[in-house]
Design a protein. Structure first.
Length: 42
């Protein structure tokens, strides 16, 4: 039972780290798109 709990904890940690990187990447893409719109309008 202890090994199962450890495995689940490791899997959840890996998924949460992957999600953070994905969300950060989306934020960077949105920021670049906003900068492109600002550059195009000026």
């Amino acid at each position: 039972m202890k090994k199962l709990a450890t495995g689940v904890l490791i899997a959840l940690t890996a998924l949460s780290l992957a999600a953070c990187n994905t969300i950060r990447g989306i934020g960077q893409d949105v920021e670049r798109a906003g900068e492109a719109v600002q550059d195009a309008s000026s």
